[in-house]
Design a protein around this ligand. Structure first.
Ligand SMILES: [Zn+2]
Length: 73
């Protein structure tokens, strides 16, 4: 057996996607229980300071910009 492993779509990438998916589900759940339509955006630019009502916009920010460097789940 001499097959190399196909590592594209690497760990960082899938970990990142998982992070985004987790953030989205936590944020939506939080919004449901808190009854607050605004969600803090943890992307690099918004840095958990700006808030948006559209979760897809936040998702888009995260895919374009990434989480702010000190973001913790
Ligand atoms: Zn943002």
């Amino acid at each position: 057996m001499n097959r190399s492993r196909w590592m594209y779509g690497d760990r960082t990438d899938s970990a990142f996607q998982k992070g985004v998916a987790e953030f989205v589900s936590v944020a939506l759940e939080h919004r449901r229980v808190s009854d607050d339509p605004m969600i803090f955006c943890p992307c690099r630019d918004c840095s958990n300071v700006k808030r948006w009502t559209d979760i897809h916009m936040i998702e888009d920010h995260l895919y374009r910009r990434g989480f702010r460097p000190d973001y913790e789940t």
